[in-house]
Design a protein around this ligand. Structure first.
Ligand code: QUE
Length: 348
């Protein structure tokens, strides 16, 4: 509620100076996306696609986080029952991701702050993403028994070498200029310059000219020294091969990566590797999203997802008891089952 007792909307939409502005406004939950927020954004963008008053869209946020993901607590609550509300959430969110991917006008997401999971899905598929020193990017889903969805099956295997596989399996966070160096943002600006940049964008200028003037060069990424190992190790055929190669590698970095993998859901990591390899092969974004909806529709009722949300977001003991406990015990059949066609597919 604001001072007048008017309910504040979790997504604000306005048109001014030929610019459509969408503002995420659920700061108390780090702007995590609800079904209603996804529906609201999709409805607004659909209307703006053919509205001559809108030349381009600016996507920004209230509060320190851009968007921490989806409302996975609500999805887990649904998954403990019949999972229907969770499926409705994923359907709405993935259709929004597709709408952004196919949007006929520029969309400029200002991702200065936490940008994880669902927050990546509403930014990375648009035409422009602006990072700052405060940007914190991650696809952390294997840590809660989920998988890197929201089009992760599209953009992660299309990153340089095996960088996307590394980020997806470990959930590693990238900060600031590394986000630009990895190709996840299209422009990188100083945090101190962001208010002036935003004011120019909202005044309806020439976006490429404006962004070019504020763009700051970024050097090599901080993970440059590990790229050879990332490509060699995360390019292996199976998850077991990757885990073994990390153990055998004589470096502190590789030992640490192996320790991180040991905390992630073995089932989620197996699903993720299969999903990224399949996503690399698929020709269209829509095919990838259909695959993701098949997986999400089932994984929302899986043991590891419910346990991961409990351990990380509800009880916060951060000691999930995964089933199975180890990589070697994940059956190929249990992974394969998630990829089978549904009676009602994503775009039906
Ligand atoms: C993995 C995730 C998410 C996560 C933590 C993970 C995720 C997500 C949130 C989140 C954070 C703060 C909130 C909230 C949700 O955390 O997807 O509602 O207030 O949305 O390790 O995938």
């Amino acid at each position: 509620m604001d001072a007048l007792g008017i309910e504040e909307k979790a997504v604000q939409a306005q048109i001014e100076n030929g610019v459509g502005r969408l503002t995420l406004n659920r700061p108390q939950a780090l702007n995590a996306l609800t079904t209603d927020m996804c529906r609201e954004m999709a409805g607004t963008l659909s209307a703006w696609a053919s509205d001559d008053r809108v030349r381009y869209v600016v996507l920004d946020h209230i509060g320190r986080a851009f968007c921490a993901g989806g409302d996975v607590r609500a999805a887990a609550r649904s998954g403990r029952g019949d999972g229907e509300a969770a499926r409705e959430f994923f359907r709405t969110e993935y259709r929004l991701n597709t709408l952004i991917k196919r949007f006929p006008k520029p969309i400029i997401a200002l991702i200065d702050g936490v940008t994880m999971g669902g927050g990546v899905g509403i930014s990375v598929h648009g035409s422009h993403r602006v990072s700052t020193e405060d940007t914190l990017f991650a696809m952390p889903e294997t840590g809660i028994g989920l998988f890197p969805d929201v089009g992760g099956g599209w953009f992660l295997p299309r990153m340089a070498g095996e960088t996307g596989t590394w980020l997806a399996l470990t959930g590693e966070r990238l900060k600031g200029a590394d986000v630009r160096a990895a190709g996840l943002s299209t422009h990188h600006v100083a945090t101190a310059d962001l208010p002036a940049l935003k004011a120019e964008l909202l005044a309806g200028g020439d976006i490429d000219n404006i962004l070019h003037r504020y763009d700051r060069p970024v050097g090599e990424p901080s993970f440059q020294e590990h790229l050879e190992a990332i490509n060699r190790i995360f390019g292996k055929a199976t998850l077991a091969d990757i885990a073994i190669a990390l153990k055998l590698e004589d470096s502190d970095w590789a030992q640490h990566q192996g320790e991180v993998l040991a905390t992630r859901s073995p089932f989620s990591m197996s699903v993720t590797l299969r999903h990224l390899r399949e996503g690399r092969r698929l020709q269209t974004f829509e095919e990838v999203m259909e695959m993701e909806f098949r997986i999400a529709s089932r994984i929302c009722q899986s043991h590891d997802f419910l346990e991961g949300v409990r351990a990380v977001l509800e009880d916060k003991d951060h000691s999930p008891q995964w089933l199975p406990q180890s990589i070697g015990c994940v059956s190929a059949h249990s992974v394969e089952a998630l990829f089978q066609p549904l009676s009602r597919e994503l775009y039906d």
